[in-house]
Design a protein around this ligand. Structure first.
Ligand SMILES: [Zn+2]
Length: 278
């Protein structure tokens, strides 16, 4: 069982992992907090982009020797493979932590992942800690693994026809790998965020064949795509693959609140979608 202190640390790890949204793909956005043997936070870190250190290594570096005998709280099962960087489970073993909490298990590890190796090394492991909350950040990455295509969000504000006037949608850009603008232009949500060697931004427009369009977005290495604007042709092109619609409703002055349930408001949600949050 995770202690209240450890749950707080996991929520902190989830929150900082979101800093990697829009830049870590094809790697997952992961966060990590190190607690010392008394349960005091002594280091934290997240993964920024492929080729950079993983969250665990950044957090262990921040913690230094205070990690010994402590607990690592990490949003995804630590990796067990040698990629561009050494495996994180080894860094955790070398740092002599006594306990590791993880939220989401890594489906790419096929049961041979970091958790099993950590246990073999005598480290106490807790799986599934606040898993549903961690999926708020890791969900699109897992979705892309499962389906072989990016998680697609279509976002618009009712009545907003211009990019510049749609601040709510603009704020979503930096949490997505690719953004398809109203005119069909494709760009990184964070310009240059993935690093030039890792990621290839496809040149738009996407053409008129849905499968080919999805293949182009997947081939770029994107785990998440944002389609901007209610009249964006890309939204019609890949309509069957849209996973989420975010609809902004302009603020209603207090004096006119009784009219908020106007006819225009009743068909806000496109057919085939249901409400999951308001
Ligand atoms: Zn790792």
């Amino acid at each position: 069982m995770a202690t209240p202190n450890e749950l707080t640390a996991m929520r902190r790890a989830i929150a900082i992992s979101a800093q990697g949204l829009g830049t870590t793909s094809p790697n997952p956005p992961v966060g990590c907090v190190i607690l010392d043997r008394d349960g005091v936070p002594v280091g934290e870190g997240y993964h920024l982009r492929k080729g950079d250190h993983h969250a665990e290594v950044n957090a262990l570096t921040a913690a230094g020797e205070r990690a010994e005998g402590g607990t690592a709280v990490v949003t995804l099962e630590p990796c067990n493979h040698h990629g561009r960087t050494p495996p994180c489970r080894q860094a955790l073993i070398d740092a002599k932590v006594s306990r590791v909490l993880m939220a989401v298990m890594d489906p790419t590890s096929r049961g041979e992942g970091g958790a099993a190796v950590l246990e073999q090394a005598g480290i106490e492991v807790e799986r599934g800690v606040l898993e549903q909350e961690a999926l708020l950040v890791l969900g699109p990455w897992l979705h892309s693994l499962r389906t072989g295509r990016p998680h697609i969000t279509w976002a618009y504000t009712v009545g907003a026809d211009e990019d510049d006037g749609d601040q709510g949608v603009i704020e979503l850009r930096r949490t997505h790998d690719l953004v398809i603008r109203r005119n069909g232009t494709i760009e990184e949500g964070v310009p240059g965020g993935h690093g030039a060697e890792v990621f290839c931004v496809p040149s738009g427009p996407l053409g008129d064949a849905p499968a080919k369009a999805l293949g182009t977005l997947t081939g770029a290495g994107a785990c998440s795509v944002l389609i901007e604007g209610s009249a964006n042709e890309a939204a019609q092109l890949v309509a069957d693959a849209v996973d989420r619609v975010i609809i902004g409703v302009p603020g209603t002055p207090a004096s006119s609140r009784p009219t908020i349930a106007s006819a225009a408001g009743l068909d806000l949600v496109p057919s085939g979608f249901g409400l999951v949050g308001v």
